[in-house]
Design a protein around this ligand. Structure first.
Ligand code: PMP
Length: 392
């Protein structure tokens, strides 16, 4: 199988797997048990992993909270800030985001908006077992969300952001690099605007970790979301970066009330093997990123050249001068993406957009003004293991 769907997930790096295995075998201690060597070893492994994740973004280790992945981190941060601001600080109820965020940001915001009652209802509706009209129920949770429109590359306009800010705005959340077309948002500038207006700032950085430099001491984001399986780590583990100034984290309500794991934000026994794998993946990214990103960047024009010859009239989407290396979103004339992908599926893995569990046409493509050709959208994403021979 030629694997060209690395934005959906990456293969696990053999070094990562080797680092994880002892924690699935002999080192099975619970890090919260503390006093005997098995537990001490597990706790040490979790803390070392935290240091490695932190090192990749130049954060303090205690600013890294391990979660079950980026969907969880996004939900934790958005709902956690909303809850804290409303119930503890009484400081406002308006959140600003964009229309091309990952579903886990969009749906968390729609939940707060009262526009979804229960995600299962929506999924059932999509699979046509239950009609959305019959099951939809508007709930007033007391939050207002502005979903900003984006430009033809899927990027947020800074003036639009400024104009959307109200006195009751509490949080802005914008994706760092788009998972379908790869465009990067001007996160530095958007974050500065948020800070000037005293609004907390979150970015879903899932697709950029290990692909571009992230330095939280230079970009004053309050929160970031990450997932290990996008950078050659295991599935089911990720992190939330929560800025800590002086002695306190930027406040938000805990995700899982229970034990004191993860500074009390996420109770529950640590998945030590997964956390160790995530740490190792970040350590490798810090060590090798410059090398493998260079390789991916030089492979991209070669891939595009072949695609151009093979599919005349092909259009590459997104900001070609300012994008995530290796993400190639394109419109291929005269195809129907589902059929195209199925026809190739014995040989090569590509996709028609994000892999977030819903078989709908890509809303990102609609939002950048390509609705009429969204059934011709194909996403191909390269990894450090890709070569020109993987191409179809
Ligand atoms: N955000 C973005 C931008 C993503 O691409 C993804 C994965 N498709 C997620 C969030 C969700 O990550 P996870 O699978 O770890 O929940």
């Amino acid at each position: 199988m030629n694997y060209l769907d690395n934005s959906s997930t990456t293969p696990i790096d053999p070094e990562v797997l080797d680092a994880m295995l002892p924690y699935l075998k002999e080192e099975y201690g619970n890090p919260s048990s503390r006093y005997y060597s098995l537990a001490v070893n597990a706790e040490k492994a979790v803390e070392e992993a935290r240091e490695k994740v932190a090192a990749l973004i130049n954060s303090k280790p205690e600013e890294i909270i391990f979660t079950g992945g980026a969907s969880e981190s996004n939900n934790f941060i958005i709902k956690g800030v909303a809850d804290y601001k409303k119930y503890y600080e009484n400081k406002g109820n308006h959140i600003i985001t964009s229309t091309v965020e990952h579903k886990s940001v969009l749906q968390a915001c729609k939940y707060l908006n009262g526009d979804i009652f229960d995600n299962r209802i929506r999924n059932n509706a999509v699979s046509k077992f239950v009609k959305i009209k019959n099951t939809f129920k508007k709930v007033d949770r007391g939050f207002n969300i502005t979903f900003l429109k984006v430009n033809e590359f899927g990027q947020v306009n800074q003036e639009d952001f400024k104009n959307a800010i109200k006195t009751n705005s509490i949080l802005a959340s914008f994706i760092w690099g788009n998972n379908e077309i790869g465009s990067l948002n001007p996160i530095n500038n958007l974050c500065s605007i948020a800070k000037e207006n005293n609004i907390l700032f979150h970015s879903d950085a899932t697709q950029v970790l290990g692909k571009i430099d992230i330095d939280v001491r230079k970009v004053p984001v309050d929160f970031l979301s990450f997932s290990a399986h996008k950078l050659y780590g295991p599935k089911g583990v990720g992190a939330a970066f929560i800025r800590k100034n002086n002695y306190a984290h930027t406040p938000l309500t805990s995700l899982i009330h229970g034990g004191q794991q993860e500074y009390g934000y996420r109770g529950g026994t640590h998945a030590v093997h997964n956390i160790v794998g995530f740490g190792k993946a970040c350590e490798i990214a810090k060590r090798d990123m410059n090398k493998y990103i260079k390789k991916i960047i030089s492979l991209e024009p070669e891939v595009k050249k072949i695609l151009n010859i093979k599919y005349p009239g092909i259009e590459f989407l997104g900001d070609q001068d300012n994008k995530i290396p290796g993400v190639i979103g394109m419109i291929i004339p005269n195809i129907i993406n589902e059929i195209f992908i199925k026809d190739l599926s014995n040989k090569v893995a590509i996709s028609a957009g994000s892999a977030c569990g819903i078989s709908e046409p890509s809303y990102v493509i609609d939002e950048i003004g390509k609705k009429s050709v969204s059934s011709q959208f194909i996403r191909l994403t390269l990894s450090k293991y890709s070569s020109i021979n993987d191409l179809f």
